[in-house]
Design a protein around this ligand. Structure first.
Ligand code: SF4
Length: 387
């Protein structure tokens, strides 16, 4: 009998098929370090030693990488010669799993796709229906045996059994379409702040169950949520200052030109309201793929700050594309790749951005980045006292 493994994943994962022949941005052509893991290295050494000439060793880490870009094993038709001749099993771990991102939670796994792959990003960003999620059982072959790529994350082990219900609550906040995107993020910030209290110093399971139930209750949503928006006083000046710092940590002239639009607040917000589904899909995928708020070894508030700041950059890039009459799918795919390859996949950039939020608590992050009183019709509720 073959082993079966339990996965929680967006439904799109099962539908994704890599198609190197039609892909507009073939990952094997890019200037990325393609690591060849130890097990694959040993296989090449015994079965196809001539492949070792294509590898270079990084003296600092001892790891082996493909020496050249684009990958020398790529055929003219955009396919992998190794895979064509020897099957998928012959590929290195990275080549076999990309763009899938897998996390292990002991008894189950989570898997999603990176927005740096254009075919995946197209499936994720441009769908009108809210992204659906599923629990599936997969066989040993799909699971990948011992060699699945498990990324780093910092979920307390005592919380593993509750991760899925917490994530379902977070996804449902981000997909609450009666609210603006900023409002959903404010609700998420309050949720995470309380979650942080509940899990620090040992998980209070009773309080956790109550928290999740509260955020699903109609009474809570109609009474407490408007108070959250009223209590957050967006600080436009501080927003511009912090966004300028965030943009300065990202490579590409697109980021500096987008920064010139920071003062177009009202127009940008109306633009976001018109394209809320695109923004929602970006957020839901980034939240799940980055295991927010536990991807990085930092506070819950810092992880949230990185998540919201990356989203605000995406919003700004999309708005800049719109202002330049470039608001088309191919350009958005290029921009989302440019952004997430740095914010998600470049450790040094992630750490620099996290450091920007080292002194902030959750509430100050909400006031820096989010405006709860702005409504999708362009009107703004007057400030009022939060009682
Ligand atoms: S970028 Fe995505 S679709 Fe393109 S070759 Fe790589 S995995 Fe396949």
């Amino acid at each position: 009998m073959t082993n079966r493994y339990l996965y929680f994943q967006p439904q799109y994962v099962s539908k994704f098929v890599c198609d190197g022949a039609t892909c507009p941005n073939n990952c094997c052509r890019r200037n990325w370090n393609i690591e060849v893991d130890g097990e694959t290295y040993a296989r090449y050494a015994s079965l196809k030693p001539e492949l070792l000439d294509l590898l270079a060793r990084d003296d600092a880490t001892g790891k082996f990488y493909m020496r050249q870009h684009p990958c020398p094993l790529l055929t003219d038709g955009g396919l992998c010669r190794l895979q064509l001749e020897h099957g998928e099993e012959f590929l290195s771990l990275v080549c076999r799993t990309y763009p899938r991102q897998t996390f292990s939670f002991g008894k189950f796994f989570e898997r999603s796709l990176s927005l740096t792959c254009p075919l995946a990003a197209q499936m994720i960003l441009f769908t009108d229906e809210p992204l659906g999620f599923e629990l599936v059982e997969v066989s040993e072959k799909v699971h990948g045996g011992k060699i699945i790529l498990v990324d780093e994350m910092h979920v307390p082990e005592s919380l593993f059994a509750h991760v899925v219900e917490i994530q379902i609550a977070m996804i449902s906040i981000l997909q609450r379409r009666t609210l603006t995107i900023d409002q959903r993020l404010i609700v998420l910030g309050f949720f995470l702040d309380r979650l942080d209290e509940i899990i620090s110093g040992g998980v209070d399971f009773d309080a956790l169950t109550k928290l999740i139930a509260a955020y699903e209750s109609k009474k809570f949503l109609s009474e407490q949520v408007p108070r959250m928006f009223a209590s957050v006083n967006f600080n436009a000046e501080e927003f511009s200052r912090r966004m300028t710092q965030v943009l300065a940590n990202l490579r590409g002239e697109e980021f500096s030109s987008a920064g010139e639009l920071l003062d177009f607040t009202a127009e940008r917000k109306l633009f976001t309201a018109r394209h809320a589904t695109l923004m929602e899909n970006f957020l839901v995928n980034e939240m799940f793929t980055n295991c927010v708020p536990w991807r990085n070894e930092a506070t819950v508030a810092q992880n949230f700050g990185l998540f919201v700041a990356a989203y605000k950059v995406f919003e700004l890039l999309a708005f800049a594309a719109y202002k330049q009459n470039l608001f088309v799918k191919s350009e958005l795919l290029r921009l989302v790749d440019l952004l997430t390859s740095q914010t998600d996949n470049t450790t040094a950039t992630r750490l620099n951005l996290l450091n920007l939020f080292a002194g902030d608590d959750m509430f100050s992050l909400l006031e820096i980045f989010l405006e709860g009183r702005f409504k999708s019709d362009g009107t703004v509720d007057a400030p009022r006292r939060c009682d």
